[in-house]
Design a protein around this ligand. Structure first.
Ligand code: SF4
Ligand code: SF4
Ligand code: SF4
Length: 273
């Protein structure tokens, strides 16, 4: 049992440290509540997973994703998308989106890789409901597209500043609503046409420009115990991100795509992962 609670407890402690540090340094109780909620939701998801509850990851995904989309994004009008990150960065404000990006998408991946993508993202929260959990076709070489969407988001916010648009907060809120709508639309069309729920994550999502290089160094990663592995290939068949998790090197095929969903570990008949 102790082994089962170590990882969720460590995750909870990391988030609680962030919560208390931001609460005290920024003198704002919101940070304590916000990061305690997120840390507790993630820890609960990981614990349920370790207790072998089938939908554990989805529980965390909905607890965090729905909170961020509905409460922070729509009700509190914080643009938590990449354009919100650029906006707060250009205004020099270390709040909302900049903190979110620092924790979940820039520095956090050094510890928990792309755990955000597996356990918290509100875009994937919907895309994962589609029926193509295991990609039906070989991966395409379309990853370059993400640099286009990344550049577009930067150009969009840069243009707003250059044009000295009034009431930027309102414009950013509208951008959040329209941007999310577009993400869902494009994500669903791609998933259905390529028969791959995570096609949007693989080719379009601009956030992966941060996530991929940082998660290369991730402390938390799936490893293969070669002494147990019988090379049956079942793990690779179920991976939604086409990762070669049987290769333990950092340069494994699509290694920076791993979303830590642990479908491979569930499928392994030898408990080698
Ligand atoms: S790649 Fe982008 S859309 Fe996909 S889960 Fe990660 S952050 Fe969300
Ligand atoms: S199936 Fe395994 S290798 Fe593939 S994304 Fe999930 S955890 Fe990573
Ligand atoms: S499923 Fe397990 S035994 Fe089979 S190839 Fe993968 S790690 Fe090896």
């Amino acid at each position: 049992m102790l082994k089962k609670i170590t990882l969720p407890a460590a995750m909870w402690l990391i988030f609680e440290t962030i919560a208390v540090t931001l609460w005290l340094t920024k003198d704002n109780l919101f940070f304590l509540l916000n990061f305690t909620y997120i840390g507790t939701s993630l820890a609960a998801g990981i614990l349920l997973f370790r207790l072998r509850y089938k939908h554990a990851r989805r529980v965390a995904q909905f607890l965090v994703g729905a909170y961020m989309l509905i409460y922070l994004g729509i009700l509190s009008r914080e643009n938590m998308q990449i354009e919100g990150f650029w906006y707060y960065l250009f205004t020099g404000v270390f709040e909302a989106a900049t903190i979110h990006y620092a924790v979940a998408k820039i520095f956090g991946p050094l510890v928990f890789g792309r755990g955000w993508c597996g356990f918290a993202c509100w875009t994937a929260m919907i895309l994962d409901l589609l029926p193509y959990k295991i990609p039906r076709n070989p991966r395409k070489k379309w990853g370059f597209l993400r640099y286009g969407t990344f550049a577009l988001s930067l150009l969009f916010v840069g243009a707003l500043f250059l044009a000295q648009v009034k009431d930027m907060q309102r414009v950013m809120f509208q951008a959040f609503l329209i941007g999310n709508g577009l993400y869902y639309l494009v994500g669903i069309i791609l998933a259905v046409s390529l028969k791959d729920n995570r096609a949007f994550c693989k080719y379009i999502c601009p956030v992966t420009v941060f996530l991929k290089p940082m998660s290369y160094f991730s402390l938390l990663r799936v490893k293969c115990d070669k002494s147990k592995c019988v090379s049956c290939g079942k793990c690779k068949k179920v991976c939604p991100m086409n990762v070669d998790m049987t290769d333990n090197s950092r340069k494994r095929e699509n290694g920076t795509e791993c979303i830590l969903c642990y479908e491979c570990a569930k499928a392994c008949p030898k408990n080698a992962l």
